[in-house]
Design a protein around this ligand. Structure first.
Ligand code: URA
Length: 437
C-alpha cells in the first residue's frame, strides 16, 4: 500500500532510506498538488538533515523528471547542449553563454530557475524584459530554439516539464532548505534531463556566496551531479568555480541583464566573468564536438562575440519570446541610488558574497514568501571585487525603492567586505578551481 506523505516524511526524519515507490508517490503528489507546502518543507528539511544515498538521489531525480515530459530534438543540424550553475551572486553567465554557444552552431534549450535563497535566478532576470515569456508552450519553445539557437525558459507546470521541481524549489527558496546535495542534484538534473540535451556542463560554485561554500562539499556536489547524470544517460562535466565575490559588477535582476547585454554588445567584460564564460563555453563546445580543443573553442567564442553573431542570437531569442529588442532596451530604474563608501584604504581581502545576495533579497530583488512579486530594478551596481580601494571610494552602488531600504542595505554591504593592508604581491584566486569529468 502506498505511503501517505506524512509517513514518507517520518521515514526520512528518522533517518531511514526511502524506497523508490515511496519517493515516486511523494513526488507525484507534489506535481499533482496533493502534497501541501508544509509537507514539502518538512520533507526538504528531513532530506537536508539526514541526506540521501546515491540510489535515493537517482530515484528522486528521475521521479521529478518524470512528473512532466522529456523533450527530444530530432532534425537539428547541431548538438543540443546545456549549462547550469548551482547558484551565485551576480551570475549572469547563462545570459551570455547560451547565445555564444548558439552562434557557434549548438542548440541550447535551457530550463532555468528563479531566485533561490540568497542567489539570483535567470528567469527572474529575464522577466526584467517586459513581455518575455518564461513559460512558452512546447511549440513555441521548439520554434525559438530552431530560429535563435537558444531559448532560456522555465520548467514547471506551464511548460509541462519537471513540474515537481518548480513547486519544491519555491518552498526551498524560503525555508532554508537549499543546502543539500541530493535536493540540489535532483532539482537541477530533473530540469536538465527534461529539456533533453545531449551534453551538460555544470558550474558548481564554492566560496562565501555558494550554497556549499567549502571546496570539499562543492566537489562532492560536482561528483554527484556528474555521477547521477551518467546514471540517467546524460554526459555531464563540471567545473568547480569561485563564488567568493560577486561575479561581474552587478547583482540584481535588471542590472545584471544590462551587464550581460553590454558584454554581448562588445563592451569590455569584467575579467572574471569573461574567464568563466570562456571556461564553461570551451568545455561545452568540446563536449559537443564543435571544437577540437580548448584553444580552438575559446577562439570561436571570442569570434562570435566580436562579430556580433552572439548578440544577434540573443536579440532573436528575446524578441521571439515576446520581449523587446534587448539592444534598444531601457532597464527599469530604481528611484534611490546610493554609494557605499569604503570605510578604509587597503586591499579587499574577503567578501561575504552571501550577505551581498541577501542585501539584494532585502531590497526586494528576491522573495521572502513563495510566489511573492519581486522588484526588478533594485540591486547593486559597480560592485567591487578583489584589488585595492581608497577610503570613501564606493564598494558598490545601491539601487533601492526607498531611502529606508537603501540605508539598511548600506550596512549589510559595508559589513560584507574585509579590508586589510595592501600587498602588491597578493595573487587573486583563480575563477576555475577544479574540473570534474
Ligand atoms: N539550481 C537549481 O535549479 N536547483 C537548486 O537546487 C540549486 C541551483
Amino acid at each position: 500500500m502506498a505511503l501517505l506523505p506524512q509517513e514518507v516524511i517520518q521515514a526520512k526524519r528518522d533517518g531511514r532510506v526511502l524506497e523508490g515507490d515511496a519517493i515516486r508517490g511523494f513526488v507525484a503528489g507534489i506535481a499533482e498538488g496533493t502534497v501541501g507546502e508544509a509537507q514539502m518543507a518538512a520533507f526538504a528539511m528531513s532530506v537536508l538533515l539526514n541526506g540521501m544515498d546515491r540510489r535515493e538521489t537517482v530515484g528522486l531525480t528521475l521521479a521529478m523528471r518524470d512528473t512532466g515530459d522529456v523533450l527530444t530534438w530530432p532534425g537539428l543540424d547541431g548538438p543540443v547542449l546545456d549549462k547550469h550553475s548551482t547558484g551565485g551572486i551576480g551570475d549572469k553567465t547563462s545570459l551570455i553563454l547560451a547565445p555564444l554557444l548558439a552562434a557557434c552552431g549548438a542548440y541550447v534549450p535551457m530550463l532555468s530557475g528563479r531566485g533561490l535563497g540568497h542567489t539570483g535566478g535567470t528567469l527572474d532576470k529575464l522577466e526584467s524584459f517586459e513581455g518575455y515569456e518564461v513559460a512558452p508552450g512546447r511549440k513555441r519553445l521548439r520554434a525559438v530554439v530552431a530560429r535563435a539557437g537558444c531559448a532560456i525558459v522555465g520548467a514547471g507546470a506551464g511548460a509541462g516539464l519537471a513540474p515537481a521541481d518548480a513547486r519544491l524549489y519555491a518552498v526551498r527558496d524560503v525555508t532554508a532548505t537549499v543546502e543539500s546535495v541530493p535536493l540540489i542534484v535532483a532539482s537541477i538534473l530533473s530540469k536538465k534531463l527534461a529539456a533533453g540535451p545531449e551534453r551538460l556542463i555544470m558550474d558548481v560554485k564554492c566560496g562565501s556566496g555558494a550554497f556549499l561554500a567549502e571546496i570539499d562539499r562543492a566537489r562532492e556536489l560536482a561528483l554527484t551531479l556528474v555521477g547521477v547524470a551518467a546514471e540517467a544517460g546524460l554526459l555531464c562535466r563540471a567545473l568547480v568555480t569561485d563564488m567568493g565575490w560577486c561575479l561581474g559588477t552587478t547583482a540584481g535582476n535588471a542590472l545584471e541583464v544590462a551587464e550581460a547585454v553590454a558584454v554581448l554588445r562588445g563592451e569590455p567584460a569584467d575579467p572574471r566573468l569573461w574567464d568563466l564564460v570562456l571556461a564553461l563555453g570551451a568545455e561545452a563546445l568540446c563536449m559537443g564536438g564543435l571544437a577540437a580543443g580548448a584553444d580552438e573553442a575559446r577562439a570561436r567564442l571570442g569570434h562570435v562575440l566580436a562579430t556580433g553573431a552572439a548578440a544577434e542570437r540573443f536579440g532573436r531569442m528575446v524578441r521571439n519570446l515576446g520581449g523587446p529588442d534587448p539592444f534598444d532596451w531601457m532597464p527599469p530604474e530604481a528611484p534611490v541610488v546610493r554609494p557605499v563608501p569604503a570605510p578604509a584604504t587597503g586591499r579587499l581581502l574577503a567578501c561575504d558574497a552571501r550577505a551581498l545576495g541577501m542585501a539584494v533579497v532585502r531590497l526586494g530583488g528576491g522573495r521572502v514568501r513563495p510566489s511573492a512579486a519581486i522588484d526588478h530594478a533594485v540591486g547593486l551596481s559597480r560592485v567591487r571585487s578583489l584589488g585595492s580601494v581608497v577610503r570613501d571610494e564606493p564598494l558598490a552602488l545601491i539601487h533601492a525603492r526607498d531611502e529606508a531600504s537603501a540605508e539598511a542595505a548600506l550596512g549589510f554591504v559595508r559589513a560584507a567586505y574585509e579590508i586589510g593592508p595592501d600587498d602588491a604581491n597578493a595573487a587573486d584566486p583563480p575563477i576555475v578551481r577544479e574540473r570534474v569529468a
